[in-house]
Ligand binder design. Structure first.
Ligand SMILES: [Zn+2]
Length: 144
């Protein structure tokens, strides 16, 4: 195995993808060639660091925390939606109450007007129906 082939086999050697014969050739070249040995040691070191980084201990509460946070976010989203819905409903209710109040006021006013017209009409009708008020002289005599 020459330097170039050894250099190309570094990763396969570390990953364990080389055949038994190639591993023996690789080892013998690394033992003989100092430059390949130096590069290989550096690559091995880098791989060990990467492996150590991969083996970061997983916090057993990490999943629970993430789940909790997601649930909280969903809850806040739902409550925000609910709050907006409630606000809109309140606005609609308030405006409908105001409109109802105005309409009721107008309606009551019109009822009052017709009543007063009715009352004045009734009063004038009573005046014409009641002849005692018209013949006030007779009424006066009867009183005496
Ligand atoms: Zn070499």
């Amino acid at each position: 195995m020459d330097c170039k082939e050894t250099y190309n086999s570094f990763i396969y050697y570390i990953e364990g993808d080389l055949s038994h014969e190639k591993i023996i050739e690789f080892d013998s070249h690394i033992n003989e060639c100092s430059s390949c040995s130096k590069i290989f040691n550096e690559i091995k070191l880098t791989y060990n660091i990467i492996d150590n980084e991969k083996d970061v201990k997983i916090n057993p509460f990490l999943f629970t925390r993430i789940k909790q946070r997601l649930e909280n976010e969903n809850l806040s989203k739902v409550s925000k939606k609910y709050f907006l819905y409630k606000k809109a409903l309140n606005t609609v209710l308030l405006s409908s109450f105001i409109i109802l109040g105005i309409w009721l006021g107008i309606f009551m006013g019109s009822i009052n007007n017709t009543d007063s017209v009715n009352i004045s009409q009734t009063n004038s009708e009573i005046y014409y129906m009641n002849d005692i008020q018209q013949e006030s002289v007779e009424f006066f005599l009867i009183e005496d």
